[in-house]
Write a protein that binds this ligand. Structure first.
Ligand code: SF4
Length: 494
């Protein structure tokens, strides 16, 4: 079930993404991004590779018969998680919060998350969601009444709840790999609110809320939210959200929390029902294995138009000054990965390689060892804004010319790019299989002591496609989309 969840999206999510693809005009930025996403979904299920390199926080919801041995079951789940990690279907994602050491097998205090519940039945239900860090970081919790930017006051009413959801989606922009889906909890306390919000993500996208009051809010959000025009990956466009699922818990009279759990398009959840005695799978949840997987694309995937700009690393200042926001580029040559640990390291130490003219990829790939060689099996971009405190200084100090990631960066980085001559390229978040195929070799690795996702991998790439969203002239598509969507938000709050 873990392998299937990590590599194959459930049919309701596939259907929603297919509708999203059909909603965007061919040749536009969001349509190109959705084509790459669709191609990635097909590649992942064909080769049983991780849909996204961030295979997320494994979260299991288990219902057992009264008297079942939950201690034994937890041990079985932990062993299955470790085995899926050994097979490269899960990235080693469990990190000691104090030392930063990666446990290497996805096991550690708090990982995986396993919740047990009992029911008066003889069978066992196991549901799993894999929710990555980029979208988890865009979760939001509001204590009502609250004054919201661009929306005004959100009172302790369902209208206030609606405003909080719209604000959370607007605030996420493309950083959570939109189009996404939100699970929402009205009430509870701060802890139970977030948990119940995440539980809503186990509902299928096409179900109808049995509480007609909440169903009305869900419908209202879905009928207006796409007018924000944040679009796929925050590139602008017609589809920003593919689902909104709301639950409610009782609360203390003094508190009124609205908790929003944002999940990305790589919305990975599945489940099984097991025979209570034998442990055999009696049926799957969310998918029917007797139905063939219908490919997302019935035509070829990302097609070059001939207008793409070829970039061959290492790059000169003139190479990048010639680029402008909106250009589609194909990067070839040497690329170095670097995310949180590498950026923090580079602020205090010289780089392990010469970064002049280099391409720095915000990516924590899944890498497996084949004999003496390394092989990248999943390599999409990670959320770049986390590196905002460091990026401008690193561009200035070491002469980096191109930064690739997702979701864009802030004013400090934009200013450094203008001053020193560098650009930001937005790759398509989650398209881990698609990008892994642009990598023709792994030539080395530095700082492996930080763990596989955080190490600096030396990659050779060929025709790696991405879009210039911040250029060396002070322009930022992310800033433009954020400002334009804020104007739309104001009309929705009025
Ligand atoms: S698709 Fe994006 S937000 Fe989702 S897990 Fe992958 S990188 Fe994270």
């Amino acid at each position: 079930m873990i392998v299937r969840t990590s590599t194959d999206l459930p049919p309701d999510v596939r259907a929603a993404m297919k509708t999203a693809l059909g909603a965007e005009a061919a040749g536009t930025r969001p349509a190109q991004a959705l084509t790459i996403i669709a191609q990635n979904i097909d590649l992942a299920s064909d080769c049983e590779g991780a849909i996204c390199q961030d295979t997320g926080m494994p979260t299991f919801e288990v219902k057992t018969p009264v008297g079942a041995n939950q201690i034994w079951m937890r041990a079985q789940i932990r062993e299955a998680v470790a085995e899926a990690t050994r097979r490269g279907k899960l990235r080693s994602n469990s990190v000691d919060s104090i030392t930063g050491d990666n446990s290497g097998d996805n096991l550690g205090p708090g990982t995986p998350i396993v919740h047990f519940d009992q029911w008066e039945r003889d069978d066992i239900e196991v549901k799993l969601i894999l929710k990555g860090g980029g979208c988890e970081n865009t979760n939001a919790q509001y204590a009502l009444p609250v004054e919201l930017p661009h929306l005004g006051r959100a009172d302790r009413t369902l209208e206030g709840v609606r405003k909080c959801i719209l604000h959370a989606v607007w605030n996420a922009q493309g950083k959570g790999c939109s189009p996404g889906a939100v699970g929402v909890c009205v009430g509870g306390d701060r802890t139970s609110g977030y948990q119940h919000a995440k539980e809503q993500l186990f509902r299928t996208l096409d179900d109808v809320n049995p509480d007609s009051r909440l169903a009305a809010v869900e419908a209202s959000v879905m009928s207006t939210v796409n007018d924000l025009e944040i679009g796929t990956m925050g590139f602008g466009g017609k589809v920003t959200l593919i689902g909104c699922k709301i639950g409610a818990l009782n609360r203390l009279p003094a508190s009124f929390f609205v908790s929003v759990a944002y999940d990305c398009w790589a919305f990975r959840r599945l489940g099984v029902v097991l025979e209570g005695r034998s442990g055999e799978i009696s049926r799957w949840l969310y998918r029917d294995p007797s139905h063939p997987i219908i490919p997302m694309l019935d035509q070829s995937g990302f097609v070059r138009t001939g207008r793409e700009v070829a970039l061959n690393a290492p790059l000169s200042e003139a190479d990048v000054r010639g680029l402008k926001v909106g250009d589609v580029v194909l990067v070839s040559g040497r690329m170095f990965t670097g995310r949180d640990a590498v950026h923090s390291h580079l602020m205090k130490h010289d780089p392990p390689v010469d970064l002049r003219g280099s391409v720095l990829y915000h990516c924590g790939p899944v890498v497996v060892k084949d004999g003496d060689n390394w092989r990248v099996t999943a390599a999409g971009p990670t959320t770049s804004i986390r590196e905002e405190p460091y990026q401008g200084e690193i561009i200035k100090r070491y002469g980096v010319r191109v930064v690739i990631g997702k979701g864009g960066m802030g004013a400090k980085t934009l200013a450094a790019m203008k001053e020193h001559g560098a650009v930001y390229l937005n790759a398509i978040g989650g398209a881990a299989q698609f990008y892994a195929r642009s990598i023709t070799g792994v030539d080395g690795v530095s700082l492996l002591e930080f763990g596989t996702p955080e190490a600096m991998w030396h990659l050779t790439v060929d025709g790696f496609p991405a879009i210039v969203t911040m250029d060396a002239h002070g322009n930022s598509l992310h800033k433009d989309v954020e400002q334009e969507s804020a104007r739309h938000l104001e009309t929705m709050g009025a």
